[in-house]
Design a protein around this ligand. Structure first.
Ligand code: PLP
Length: 410
């Protein structure tokens, strides 16, 4: 765990003294905020004061949540939006332009893949898919129109891991920002900045929400990239330096796309942050234990969890995420029929999508998340009909193992 993480978690002061000395940041459900004078409202509108004006743009409860995340991560700025997909789409809309390309891997969360490969393509932005573990291939995909190098720190459901120090060296050499979706290992266990990530994108729906309470997303900008190198943000960089992306995001993109987080969600997710490391380390330790136990089961063809020493990504995983690379594992059964029969016998574990709820969830990705993808595309994405994905929750791990075993043996 990162130093000081736990104490920092509780140390973000309210910007103003609360009238009742509340210990929780109040939920400000107001759409608009009144000003004492024409001069005061002018200065809020032109950005000279940080006073909130309208809740699509900013809101005190959401600002407080953003500040807490900034405090924990040491980021330059944080923007909270109403889903992980909003964080991803707002970021790429801020960076991309007609004729631009984004260099990434084919192994992406389904909607991210579709956003990059379909939605942005209609605006003449190209997604270039390459093997992120092959620096020569990555370099050869980057050119003067590349606006970002993007990856997921542990891909889902393949559980592939890239050596981020190597990849960030490529990003620096080629002058492109490194953007990472870090949803699978939250900031209590992974220090993205230390591995050269310039912008971290997080679906806070997952661990941070506190047990699937609400949908949300975070853009965490470390202020480490030199935006003078960006074709699109160069002129902003002349004025705002390393804050150019934040200015573009806060002053234009998120206001125009209208996907700001709501105060109710920010309040739930602020509470979620307070128990994040407790929940994460409990779930991840159970996941490692289950991965070890399942590896011994004869009914299982193979278990995939990067925290197992015989996993091909184990060394990189350990260097980047320590002993607990997330609370998701996959395993393969002899056939698709075995997978369906296994799922139908589960009693404690829920058949559901989503990751990192407090409850354990199992799904057959090929027939669900990727169910409408053409077979050829599924193959390129390494989605197998024999794979089960398990997201491990906070139940007693022995009871989870019993449920898995009774469902395997039938
Ligand atoms: C869930 C998820 C997303 C999308 O987040 P939403 O909050 O559902 O929009 C993006 N990336 C990863 C890795 C995810 O697991």
């Amino acid at each position: 765990m990162k130093n000081e993480y736990e104490s920092k978690l509780y140390q973000t002061a309210f910007p103003l003294k609360d009238a009742y000395n509340a210990l929780q940041m109040p939920v400000y459900t107001s759409v608009a905020f009144e000003f004492e004078s024409a001069e005061a409202i002018e200065s809020a509108f032109v950005g000279q004061s940080a006073a909130p004006t309208y809740s699509r743009i900013s809101n005190p409860t959401v600002l407080y949540f953003e500040n807490r995340v900034r405090n924990i991560t040491g980021a330059g700025s944080v923007t909270a939006l109403n889903s992980g997909m909003a964080a991803i789409s707002n970021t790429f809309i801020a960076l991309a332009f007609a004729g631009a390309n984004i260099v990434t891997s084919r192994h992406l969360f389904g909607n991210t893949y579709s956003f990059l490969n379909s939605t942005l393509r209609d605006f003449d932005v190209e997604a270039r898919f390459c093997d992120m573990n092959n620096p020569t291939e990555v370099k050869s995909c980057i050119d003067s129109n590349t606006c970002a190098l993007f990856l997921e720190i542990i891909t889902n459901p393949q559980l592939e891991i890239v050596d981020l120090k190597k990849l960030s060296a490529v990003a620096r050499e080629m002058g492109v920002p490194l953007i990472a979706d870090t949803t699978v290992v939250p900031f209590c266990a992974f220090d993205a900045k230390q591995f050269g990530v310039d912008i971290e994108l997080v679906s806070s729906t997952k661990y941070i929400s506190g047990g699937a309470t609400s949908v949300g997303g975070l853009i965490v900008d470390y202020g480490t990239y030199d935006w003078q190198k960006s074709k699109k943000l160069r002129s902003l960089a002349e004025k705002f330096g390393k804050l150019a992306f934040t200015v573009k995001m806060k002053k234009e993109i998120h206001r125009n796309l209208g996907a700001y987080m709501t105060p109710q969600v920010a309040s739930q997710q602020t509470s979620g942050l307070e128990t994040l490391s407790l929940r994460f380390f409990r779930a991840a330790a159970s996941c490692l234990k289950l991965a070890e136990e399942l590896s011994e089961c004869k009914e299982i063809v193979s278990v995939n969890y990067p925290g197992l020493p015989d996993n091909p990504h184990y060394k990189t995983s350990n260097a980047q995420f320590g002993a607990y690379p997330g609370a998701m594992l996959t395993f393969d059964l002899p056939s698709r029929e075995h997978c369906f029969a296994f799922l139908n016998r589960l009693k404690l574990i829920k058949r559901a999508t989503n990751l990192f709820d407090n409850k354990s969830l199992a799904i057959h990705p090929e027939s669900t998340i990727y169910g409408t993808f053409p077979a050829e595309e599924r193959k390129k994405m390494n989605i197998s009909p024999t794979t089960i994905r398990l997201s491990v929750g906070l139940e007693n791990p022995d009871e989870l193992l019993d449920d898995l075993k009774q469902s395997l043996y039938g």
